[in-house]
Design a protein around this ligand. Structure first.
Ligand code: ZN
Length: 286
């Protein structure tokens, strides 16, 4: 399915083998920690190039142009900046950051695949289809908080294509990181999966409701307009423009691979059917 990018054509078999091993280890580690692997398994080994740099501990970057993930050195083995340390050695916060970046890589991968399948006349991936629908419906015009600390002061902005895609991408990645961190927290004591232990599921769902009510699932974008960028390097979305329940459910199902029974329980606790708030995003969005 995945064609090697041009710049990777010169990679040696050894390097390819190394990337394959690294990726297999990531998935294996995640499984052992009972963390989501559905979208990781969909990513071909070697798609992401992981690098390390002296960033701030919880900072990380993903560059779609060359599928490059830059992580802080503390996430590397012995902090040597060469290979990724085992997931079992990462703190919950580090895993949150790592999964956030992995999600960016996944959306990037779907975009690449889409460009290829478009040439072949095939339909786009269901998640990407949903994403473009939401981008148009929910992220074209957003509410922002001009001053991050003053959550109640909001302003409206019309976003460009690149800005709305970034706002969606960041909002969704915030949720993925959040979901993983909270799964780790609720599973921590007993090491039992929250899909096997109903009490853990209850805790996670309760945390989700609180986060949703307080508006934690908010992304940001970098303004394209130089004048706007002079005012603020990043614009943060306001509570009104946070992730919707519908988006969260799609991400739980299609990206994280959460069990149906768990998702149904969550929706029941919200008294929601998960119906779409975007009439344009109907159809294949589930
Ligand atoms: Zn991000």
């Amino acid at each position: 399915m995945w064609d090697q990018p041009a710049q990777a054509a010169g990679t040696t078999q050894n390097e390819e083998h190394g990337a394959g091993q690294m990726w297999a280890r990531v998935i294996d580690d995640a499984q052992r920690l009972q963390l989501p692997t559905k979208f990781l398994k969909a990513l071909p080994p070697g798609f992401i190039h992981i690098e390390f740099d002296d960033l701030r501990t919880y900072a990380a970057e993903y560059h779609p142009a060359d599928h490059r993930m830059v992580l802080d050195r503390s996430l590397s083995f012995n902090a040597a900046g060469r290979i990724l340390k085992p997931l079992s050695k990462m703190t919950h916060k580090e895993l949150e950051v790592f999964y956030h970046e992995l999600f960016h890589a996944y959306l990037d991968y779907l975009t690449v695949i889409d460009a290829q399948s478009d040439e072949a006349g095939q339909r786009s991936d269901a998640l990407l289809h949903f994403a473009t629908g939401q981008q148009a419906c929910r992220y074209g015009e957003v509410q922002i908080t001009p001053i991050l600390q003053r959550k109640d002061e909001v302003e409206s902005r019309y976003l460009t294509q690149a800005e709305s895609w970034e706002a969606l991408n960041e909002t969704w990645a915030v949720f993925i990181g959040w979901a993983v961190w909270n799964q780790l927290e609720v599973q921590h004591k007993t090491k039992q999966s929250m899909f096997q232990e109903p009490r853990h599921a209850t805790h996670w769902i309760r945390r989700f409701k609180t986060a949703f009510e307080t508006g934690e699932f908010r992304g940001y974008y970098v303004p394209e307009d130089p004048d706007e960028r002079r005012l603020a390097r990043k614009r943060y979305l306001a509570h009104q423009s946070q992730l919707t329940l519908e988006e969260a459910v799609v991400l739980m199902r299609q990206v994280l691979g959460f069990q149906d029974a768990f998702i149904e329980r969550l929706m029941t606790s919200f008294g929601s059917t998960g119906a779409s708030s975007c009439s344009t995003a109907g159809g294949r969005a589930e």
